[in-house]
Design a protein around this ligand. Structure first.
Ligand SMILES: NC(=O)c1ccc[n+]([C@@H]2O[C@H](COP(=O)([O-])OP(=O)(O)OC[C@H]3O[C@@H](n4cnc5c(N)ncnc54)[C@H](O)[C@@H]3O)[C@@H](O)[C@H]2O)c1
Length: 309
């Protein structure tokens, strides 16, 4: 199989290199709106580079790792070409547009996986298994943390959609995945304690979300953009018979903490693209996480509790 990677920035460059290590992948073709960047990366990584108009005809599957603002356009083109797609999160900043494009891609039937790599991290897998095995008893509380070590590049901030759609969305995917229960209600607050670029873009760099799951389980989620002591991604699931805690502060960043999870995610994608396994993170699951993020945006803006969906 030959796999195209659209966008070779922070995450795309990682994906392109990692794909090269998967046995079933015979070739990787990168394309970027900045063609010089694609060519320079290709020469360095030993992969091919192609123009954005040609790449779809050269590959059997694509990974979309361009900025969120162009995901929809790339999803449509890849779906029109009949290619299975791994699209980075979030699908689109506007939930209606995200829903439409998921429908469009699914109608063409080539397969869609969305980039929620925590589903492939052994610690989160163990948390889900503990819930499923019943060893925690009745789950009553969850607490999620997603804190970056350093703020993203300032130019990324206005394109990110804000902390709920960009960062917390991982929590809003993983909590229902681990517990098996959707988030139905949120109360979100935020603060600006660091770089001015967040406030300038109506964003916050520290946030706390209080939420309720459909079965009555209560949850909290914290996110932050600037924690020099380390990258801090955690989950605690507490039940009547026990607590399962996973993750914690690590050195490095998301690429080091989740390197193996990204590799497993890509391997699962290649398997899906080959028709061997179903999508491990289909479009509707990503839309559900996105709906929680949207509820948080409204909650912070209006200072009230908001029902999801
Ligand atoms: N799953 C995760 O943990 C994770 C982590 C980081 C980023 N992301 C997501 O990945 C996406 C990319 O983020 P990033 O931090 O790598 O961004 P980035 O800005 O570092 O890189 C984006 C690249 O895409 C290129 N590009 C822009 N428009 C394009 C187009 N129309 N076609 C092809 N290439 C285009 C840019 O030139 C750049 O090289 C975002 O949606 C982001 O939310 C996910």
């Amino acid at each position: 199989m030959r796999v195209g990677v659209l966008g070779v920035g922070r995450i795309g460059a990682f994906h392109a290199r990692a794909l090269g290590g998967i046995e079933a992948v015979e070739g990787v073709v990168v394309a970027d709106v900045d063609h010089g960047r694609a060519e320079a990366f290709a020469a360095q990584a030993g992969v091919e580079a192609a123009g954005l108009d040609k790449v779809y005809g050269l590959v059997d599957a694509v990974v979309i790792a361009a900025p969120t603002a162009v995901h929809v356009e790339l999803l449509r083109r890849a779906a029109d070409a009949g290619l299975p797609i791994l699209c980075e999160k979030p699908i689109a900043l506007d939930p209606r547009i995200a829903r439409d494009v998921v429908g469009y891609v699914e109608a063409r039937g080539a397969g869609l996986q969305v980039g929620f790599q925590r589903r492939f991290d052994p610690m989160y897998v163990a948390a889900r298994e503990a819930v499923r095995a019943g060893t925690l008893g009745t789950v009553t509380r969850v607490h999620a943390v997603s804190v970056d070590r350093r703020p993203p590049p300032p130019e990324f901030v206005p394109t990110s959609g804000g902390i709920y759609r960009d960062t917390h969305i991982h929590d809003f995917d993983i909590v229902p995945w681990v517990t098996g229960v959707p988030i139905v209600e949120v109360t979100a607050i935020g603060a600006n304690r660091g770089a001015a670029v967040f406030a300038e873009n109506d964003d916050v760099d520290v946030s706390a979300v209080l939420f309720r799951l459909a079965d009555g389980t209560l949850g909290t989620a914290h996110a932050g953009r600037d924690h020099e002591a380390g990258y801090d991604v955690r989950l605690e699931v507490a039940g009547t018979d026990g607590t399962h805690a996973c993750g914690g502060v690590t050195e490095g960043d998301f690429l080091t903490r989740f390197g193996d999870a990204y590799r497993a995610e890509l391997a699962a994608f290649v398997s899906m693209a080959a028709g061997r396994t179903p999508s491990p993170c289909p479009g509707p699951a990503a839309l559900a996480a996105q709906a929680v993020a949207e509820a948080c945006v409204v909650s912070r803006r209006e200072g009230r509790t908001v029902c999801v969906g």
